[in-house]
Design a protein around this ligand. Structure first.
Ligand code: GTP
Ligand code: MG
Length: 255
């Protein structure tokens, strides 16, 4: 059976690269799966996994900045265009050229989502990926970035927008459980998001708009509950695996 592709997205520093490293290592050790990590971040300095495909073999952020005289953000945008332009070349390389050889392909993406994921060229890449095999998006939230209801609503809404933009099955993963600043709020977010409404104060723009945003987010939530993991401690990787499995149970088997 061809591989399942998991594309890790999420705000800068949420732990995508660390999670790709620890989930790869866990799935190899515990399930003996054939896992292919893929690095799509041309700005990554070093990654803690051995990529089967690495975009930095084609270009790095530094190369692009120099060649086109761009700043880092302009260079990220240029990089996403170059990935789309070089798509045939990219897909002629493993693991894209031999998806039957792998069980899981884990793609690590740049944290500058507005320069990659939210650009038109990412759709070109994701469309090609979904033709190769089942593709799911893992949206990584940093637990240490959720202190207030407004933080939770902001990060959750980004998840809604990612689903709108990619049109792919998406699962929410709350990372850095070891340094969560407001575990009570995260528990609400996971178990009973509607209850967040009662946590909002009674005045101002936030009080007016947050209940509406929560209602929209609830509408798009689907049956998949977020999981909490710690990539750095390789904790609760099984929960992540089960969630990804649930996302695919209708169309394939991961184990
Ligand atoms: N405490 C803690 N730190 C973590 C965890 N996961 C990642 N980190 C740390 O968070 C920082 C960012 O991790 P990365 O894996 O580089 O995050 P990223 O999302 O790939 O970052 P960008 O690619 O720059 O967007 C590093 O210092 C990691 O060691 C975790 O589970 N717990
Ligand atoms: Mg990274």
């Amino acid at each position: 059976m061809p591989a399942v592709f998991v594309v890790f997205v999420g705000p800068a520093g949420s732990g995508k690269s660390t999670l790709v490293a620890s989930y790869s290592s866990w799935a190899r050790k515990n399930l003996l799966l054939r896992v292919a990590p893929v690095n799509l971040d041309p700005g990554a300095e070093e990654v803690k996994y051995k990529p089967v495909f690495d975009i930095r073999n084609y270009f790095t952020l530094r190369d692009i900045m120099e060649k086109y005289g761009l700043g880092p953000n302009g260079a990220f945008i240029k990089a996403s265009e170059l990935i789309a332009e070089k798509l045939d070349e990219v897909f002629s390389q493993p693991p894209f050229s031999n998806p039957d050889k792998w069980d899981l392909v884990l793609a690590d993406t740049p944290g500058q989502m507005e320069a990659f994921l939210f650009r038109p060229s990412s759709s070109v890449f994701l469309d090609s990926l979904r033709k190769l095999g089942n593709t799911v998006v893992a949206y990584v939230i940093d637990a240490s970035a959720v202190a207030r209801v407004s933080d939770a609503v902001f990060l959750w809404f980004l998840y809604v927008l990612i689903q709108v933009k990619t049109g792919l099955i998406s699962v929410p993963v709350i990372n850095k459980s070891d340094i969560a600043v407001n575990p009570r709020l995260l528990k609400l977010l996971i178990e009973n998001p509607s209850a967040l409404t009662s946590e909002v104060g009674s005045e101002g723009f936030a009080a007016e708009i947050i209940p509406d945003l929560i209602q929209i987010a609830e509408k798009t939530r689907g049956p998949l509950r977020p999981v909490m993991v710690s990539a750095v401690n390789e904790e609760d990787m099984e929960k992540l695996h089960v969630l990804l499995h649930e996302a695919f149970c209708a169309c394939g088997d991961l184990t």
